[in-house]
Design a protein around this ligand. Structure first.
Ligand code: 13P
Length: 252
């Protein structure tokens, strides 16, 4: 069975003090009322080391939102997978549509990042998803398949066990427009079938496939009730403890 996961992606929000406060409050809330799923918070680089010290890693896992496509050296401003790992983080988000679109991250660049993250013992929240234009042209299946083939299907089955897939339709991110539970389930089932065709049924059944895009406490129960939706990757609603915990509690 695939692990159930609710992961937060803070994106470029919260200064250091605000981030520490948020992590502390979430840690307290979940220590008092234990979650029924794995919980991950992915923060900006500058928060990682401090937040790692604050949280109970048995309850909350920590992740970065990106890492470099090079191992080390003269790459001013970059942060390597090894550096991320050294903070105590367990995860890294790769392939987010915002990085593909605004920072020109190609499938080849993402492949380098994937390899470095795995080589350094990080698990990967790998994001895939189509634009509105692609959805309207009914190209969503081809898009997500190509994104997997382009950056993670070179992995062995053993390596692939460290990949969590996050399906995030670009038209649903930060727009308030959620995919309906039926729309999400349909493409999640397709994604699982693509993984099964590549790695076999067992690996596919064990792969967590998260939904992301305007997921909130009000729509999470319906989404998570679907057999192929193993949780969520949450943007805006991960920035407030009550909102995020409301989504986590959808697994109760
Ligand atoms: P929102 O939840 O703000 O729509 O963002 C989703 C997302 O991009 C998570 O990675």
């Amino acid at each position: 069975m695939a692990k159930k996961i609710v992961a937060g992606n803070w994106k470029m929000n919260k200064n250091l003090q605000e981030g520490i406060e948020l992590a502390q409050s979430l840690n307290e809330a979940l220590a008092a009322d234990k979650p029924n799923c794995d919980v991950v918070i992915c923060t900006p680089f500058i928060h990682l080391a401090k937040v790692s010290d604050i949280i109970n890693h048995d309850i909350i896992n920590l992740g970065a939102e990106n890492c470099a496509d090079k191992a080390s050296g003269a790459y001013t401003g970059e942060v390597s997978a090894e550096m991320v790992k050294s903070t105590g983080a367990e995860y890294v988000i790769l392939g987010h549509s915002e990085r593909r679109e605004y920072y020109n991250e190609t499938p080849e660049i993402l492949k380098e990042k994937v390899d470095l993250a795995l080589a350094n013992g990080l698990k990967i929240l790998f994001c895939i998803g189509e634009s509105l234009e692609q959805r309207e042209a009914n190209e969503q299946n081809a898009v997500v398949k190509a994104e997997l083939e382009g950056s993670v299907f070179h992995l062995t089955a053993e390596q692939f066990a460290n990949i969590v897939i996050a399906y995030e339709p670009i038209w649903a991110i930060g727009t308030g427009k959620t995919a309906t539970a039926e729309q999400a389930e349909e493409i999640h089932a397709y994604i699982r079938s693509v993984v099964a065709a590549k790695y076999g049924e067992e690996v596919a059944a064990n792969t967590s496939i998260l939904y992301g895009g305007s997921c909130k406490a009000s729509n999470a129960p319906e989404l998570f009730a679907k057999p192929n939706i193993d949780g969520g990757l949450i943007g805006g609603a991960s920035l407030k403890v009550d909102d995020f915990k409301g989504i986590i509690d959808a697994w109760k």
